[in-house]
Design a protein around this ligand. Structure first.
Ligand code: NDP
Ligand code: 8X3
Length: 250
């Protein structure tokens, strides 16, 4: 029988690329995000698997629980949860950072991930099986200048992943985290609030990772045999040695 995956943040970047590679491998999909028209366009484009879209903001716990409770029964057997929705908001020293940006990062990257997990985990426990992959970041392993709260949110994702793995161990549920370095997506457009030149500049002078690179690794992780769990993986572009060391051409 085909597996079913729920992917948050499926409207762009890593989440969208993961939806395509999962569909190509026969995995039925529950695609989540706020931009409904994008979800509908992706659903229309995906062939050969069942696709259900859920349109909600991960910050709103009622929306999260209502959306997941509303799933048709044949979509409720969620085998794979990809907690991917998230972004950086701003890049400022702590003394001048915006409280709205801090709220967004903690509410989306940390609390949103928890709300979605809280809604899905009971369905996995009931079946004594499941696989959760959280998308962390190099920023969850290192802290870089002006990265303060974003790095804090991704350090939290790493700690929460480790806690989930311990607590869900008795139920045979796999839990892992994939931590990318620089990936060329809409991430910097969101971080810099639509400033295209600042966003484009992040990826200039070297070959950044592409969303598909991470999606392939996510697929690799979820397609291992039952006794193998990829617990924690760091994936960097070759040009990147750390958050602050990136070999760029002049
Ligand atoms: P994108 O900006 O392309 O994608 C972010 C996704 O998250 C979108 O689908 C967006 O959907 C969704 N999202 C954001 N806010 C919310 C919200 N409040 N409610 C529901 N969905 C939301 O960036 P990436 O693909 O790069 O980011 C995906 C993940 O990868 C994030 O967790 C990010 O932190 C992480 N990451 C990214 C790296 C990079 O360099 N790009 C590196 C390391 C980690 P919508 O706006 O439609 O709601
Ligand atoms: C995204 C990568 O280095 O911009 O998590 O924080 S970085």
């Amino acid at each position: 029988m085909n597996k079913t995956a729920l992917i948050t943040g499926a409207t762009s970047g890593i989440g969208q690329a993961t939806a395509y590679i999962f569909a190509a491998n026969g995995i039925n999909l529950i695609l989540c995000g706020r931009r409904k028209e994008r979800l509908e366009a992706i659903k229309k484009d995906l062939k050969g698997v069942k696709v259900h879209i859920l349109h909600f903001d991960v910050r709103d716990k009622n929306e999260v629980f209502n959306a997941i409770t509303s799933l048709p029964s044949h979509f409720k057997n969620i085998d794979i949860l990809i907690n991917n929705a998230g972004n950086a908001h701003g890049l400022d020293p702590i003394q001048s950072g915006s409280i709205e940006d801090w709220d967004a990062m903690i509410d989306i990257n940390v609390k949103g991930l928890l709300y979605v997990s809280k809604a899905v985990i009971p369905l996995m426990i009931e079946r004594q099986s499941g696989h959760i992959i959280n998308i962390g970041s190099l920023a969850g392993k290192e802290t870089y200048p002006k990265g303060n709260v974003y790095c804090g949110s991704k350090h939290a994702v790493l700690a929460i992943t480790e806690g989930m793995r311990i607590d869900l161990n008795p139920f045979g549920i796999k839990v892992g985290v994939i931590n990318p370095g620089l990936v060329e997506t809409e991430f910097s457009k969101v971080r810099f609030k639509g400033d295209k030149s600042l966003a484009d500049n992040v990826y200039k002078g070297y070959d950044a990772l592409q969303a598909e690179d991470i999606a392939e690794i996510i697929y690799f992780a979820i397609s291992r045999p039952p006794h193998v769990n990829i617990a924690d993986l760091l994936v960097l572009p070759t040009a990147q040695a750390s958050s602050t060391v990136v070999k760029k051409s002049l």
